[in-house]
Design a protein around this ligand. Structure first.
Ligand code: C2E
Ligand code: CA
Ligand code: CA
Length: 463
């Protein structure tokens, strides 16, 4: 029997210890203490202490099969900022109240911390559970404070067969699957698999090794030249990271950047790239090589850092690199996510003389008209566009080619420089030229090169 049955909202804790109530800790009853240990003060729902015992095989019947679910609210930080903490708390309460009602499929449910919730469910198949969860998330998709806003969830599930004998480590597995949900505009449910476990171990290893690798100077800049489509001359480059892992083998960014992004440490890599590119610019200037802009990828989460511009400037100015020689590439999804902070960030960058590109155009959700409100210099068409250009067009592929034609001409019409990424064949470059595309960055001209090789290419071109 729990106390506070009638009070289902807000913190009893805060009430008990509020100076006006004047209760001392040793005046609390056993029930009150029990309640405090197993309940969460914001929602008055169960907390993680309560769940833990149902997971621990020393206490539970090991024959009870269950699936384990862990979820959080997408962009909860933004919701907090938009509506304030109290209204955001109301969402947590709404979720807790709904969890209490869903007794036909839930064995136990708790609020772990912040916007994180965990559920032990009856042992369903993945397909069954996915349906149940989608229905559940739909019921809690409208915040009490605004009927227009839609809440999306990021959810990880450990299937019953994988949950056996895991004890509370099952939560780590579910959280790992949950973290794979990276989109902003939909609810995502990811099921844990064995393969994910191997990836999890690799992620942990890479994370643990990050500082060592930085100290050992293992992150290198490769440069992929950008070519003017008409003169076929190098007009700049993009800096792409490579990890010279323990100075034994070279890891491509796809193996580690997404991991560092999901653990919010990718800024360390981006900063190293910027520093190395500035050092390179300074050295090229000493050697009398032509000065060409180099673009750096900026991970989208970094925009939330209010000191980012200062940090970027401090680095570039330290090496006395003219700002116009540095361009920043941001992915399209950023624009979709939260346009105003993004726009302000780009305006600031631009007014300081840096170049700004929209990366991976065509893979996200923004449209050219949305991009029009951003102070961009270049739109980089994603490789998937270019892949649509085939040597022998048939009726179906003609449509893809027409689409590219329209996108390039709209990009130009809006005043942007248009760069196509990932052209590998001559006929692709020829077609893009006829469309009016300005620049090409692709294997047809060059793969990403170590700085030394890029320098040789520049020197050769200068002759
Ligand atoms: P991205 O920014 O879209 O970079 C372009 C990627 O396309 C590069 O892959 C490049 O090698 C590849 N590429 C260019 N032309 C061709 C082509 O003709 N054919 C094929 N098959 N591929 C082509 P890379 O170097 O493996 O980088 C992958 C992604 O990793 C980058 O995509 C970027 O999102 C991320 N990344 C790389 N370096 C950094 C970095 O320093 N910081 C951050 N935040 N992300 C980085
Ligand atoms: Ca890029
Ligand atoms: Ca790209």
């Amino acid at each position: 029997m729990f106390l506070f049955k009638k009070k289902s909202r807000y913190s009893q804790l805060r009430e008990i210890f509020h100076p006006e109530n004047g209760r001392e800790f040793d005046q609390l009853t056993k029930e009150e203490l029990y309640h405090m240990v197993y309940h969460d003060s914001i929602t008055n729902f169960y907390n993680w202490n309560y769940m833990w015992k149902f997971l621990d095989t020393r206490y539970r019947d090991p024959n009870v099969r269950y699936c384990f679910v862990h979820f959080d609210i997408k962009d909860f930080k933004m919701i907090n900022e938009l509506y304030g903490h109290f209204k955001a708390n109301d969402i947590l309460i709404m979720i807790s109240e709904q969890l209490k009602k869903e007794t036909d499929w839930i064995l136990h449910a708790v609020r772990c911390d912040n916007d994180n919730f965990a559920i032990m469910t009856k042992p369903y198949s993945n397909e069954e559970l996915e349906k149940i969860l989608l229905k559940f998330f739909e019921k809690i998709s409208t915040p009490p404070c605004s009927k227009e806003f839609k809440i999306y969830y990021r959810c990880g599930v450990v299937p019953a067969d994988d949950a056996i004998d895991r004890d509370d480590r099952v939560a780590d597995l579910a959280k790992y699957a949950q973290r794979l949900g990276t989109k902003h505009n939909c609810t995502e449910i990811n099921f844990y698999t064995e393969e994910m476990y191997d990836n999890l171990i690799t992620s942990r290893r890479y994370l643990a090794e990050l500082d060592r690798a930085i100290a050992n100077d293992e992150f290198m800049v490769y440069l992929q030249p950008k070519y003017d489509i008409n003169s076929e001359k190098i007009v700049g480059a993009e800096a792409l990271c490579r990890w010279f892992y323990k100075k034994e083998k070279i890891l491509p960014p796809a193996e580690f950047i997404p991991i560092f992004e999901s653990y919010d440490v990718v800024d360390k890599i981006d900063q190293i790239m910027l520093t190395k590119v500035c050092q390179m610019h300074a050295e090229f200037a000493r050697k009398g090589l032509p000065a060409m802009p180099v673009s750096i990828n900026l991970s989208r989460k970094r925009i939330q850092n209010e000191h980012l511009i200062e940090q970027l400037c401090a680095c570039v100015d330290y090496y006395k690199v003219p700002h116009e020689l540095i361009e920043f590439e941001l992915t399209e999804t950023v624009a979709f996510y939260d346009i105003e902070p993004m726009r302000q960030f780009l305006v600031d960058l631009h007014s300081l003389g840096f170049g700004v590109s929209m990366d991976d155009f065509g893979t996200g959700y923004s449209s050219l008209s949305l991009l029009q409100s951003l102070p961009l210099d270049t739109v980089k068409l994603d490789k998937s566009f270019v892949d649509g250009i085939l040597e022998n067009q048939n009726h179906n592929t003609e449509r893809a080619a027409l689409l590219i034609k329209d996108v390039v001409s709209m990009t130009k019409h809006l005043g942007f420089c248009c760069l196509a990424e990932g052209a590998e064949e001559k006929y692709q470059v020829d077609f893009l030229r006829t469309c009016g595309c300005d620049k090409i960055q692709g294997f047809y001209y060059s793969k990403p090169l170590p700085i030394k090789k890029y320098e040789e290419k520049l020197a050769e071109q200068q002759k």
